[in-house]
Design a protein around this ligand. Structure first.
Ligand SMILES: [Zn+2]
Length: 280
């Protein structure tokens, strides 16, 4: 007789994962529910003009918003070899093919070099549309090569994270990328070249636990989910309600986990200013 017992309050619903600006002439903001003219949103760097909600953008859009003009992609052709022959509800090889068709990239990051505020800079931008931006062997190798390119040419490095974490379809090989990238970043640090880490919605799991938190400056976009395990998993493990704003940039900034929270429309300026400071 369920009505004699107090039912535990249900956990808050999961935030929508579909936060890209949808197709069509008009779009509805996921946060303030305002109906917006799609072109106005795109002109505003995919930020809601009414409430400043940040829609998720692709890696290539991200690079367009940061670089001064044309940029050059490198290491485009690296492809996962499916080392475990993994299959869950469908074969991993099919997921890789679908990711390629959807994003025009062979894995979840685009590596590029170009001018940022007039200064030649290496930028790696992660692609959430490719298997949730997860980090497998290819992402690990490409981030490492971004670092090595920065070292060779003595350039600053920016990595824009947007990732659900390590890629389970590559098992331990994914986890090994965390150590590999961290070791490469240590060499960048020894060479006194700056690394700016930009954390966007979402930055979680093995990516947070390695390079996303290793920036000389860690900069986040407002409202992004940033953490290791998801809030639901933590709540169910510790059996406590999490504080308001937990794993959100404003909370993390207050608790010393981030250096800046910057609106996307100001992000380029903030990165340029930071590089000027670090390299002066
Ligand atoms: Zn809005």
């Amino acid at each position: 007789m369920a009505w004699f017992r107090r039912e535990p309050a249900p956990l808050a619903p999961r935030p929508s994962t579909e936060s890209r600006v949808p197709e069509g002439l008009w779009v509805k903001c996921g946060s303030c529910k305002e109906i917006l003219y799609r072109k106005d949103v795109l002109k505003n760097l995919s930020v809601c003009p009414k409430c400043a909600f940040h829609f998720r953008i692709s890696a290539r859009e991200r690079l367009d918003t940061l670089f001064d003009g044309a940029w050059e992609e490198f290491d485009r052709g690296l492809v996962s070899g499916d080392p475990l022959g993994f299959r869950d509800s469908k074969p991993y090889a099919d997921r890789l093919r679908a990711g390629k068709a959807k994003t025009d990239s062979y894995d979840a990051i685009v590596s590029a070099v170009g001018a940022l505020g007039g200064r030649r800079t290496v930028i790696g931008a992660m692609e959430y549309g490719f298997i949730g931006g997860s980090m497998g062997v290819v992402v690990g190798e490409k981030v490492t090569r971004c670092i090595e390119r920065a070292l060779e040419e003595r350039l600053p490095l920016v990595v824009v994270s947007c990732s659900g974490g390590a890629r389970m379809m590559e098992g331990t090989l994914s986890l090994m990328q965390m150590a590999k990238i961290s070791a490469a970043l240590a060499r960048l640090h020894e060479a006194q070249l700056p690394f700016l880490s930009v954390l966007t919605d979402p930055t979680t799991g093995g990516v947070t636990a390695s390079y996303a938190m290793l920036g000389d400056l860690n900069v986040a976009e407002p409202g992004a989910l940033i953490g290791f395990a998801g809030p639901r998993v933590i709540e169910q493990t510790i059996r406590q309600t999490l504080p308001e704003g937990f794993q959100r940039p404003e909370f993390l900034l207050q608790h010393g986990m981030l250096d800046m929270v910057v609106d996307r429309r100001e992000l380029k300026k903030a990165l340029v200013r930071s590089l000027n400071l670090l390299l002066s």
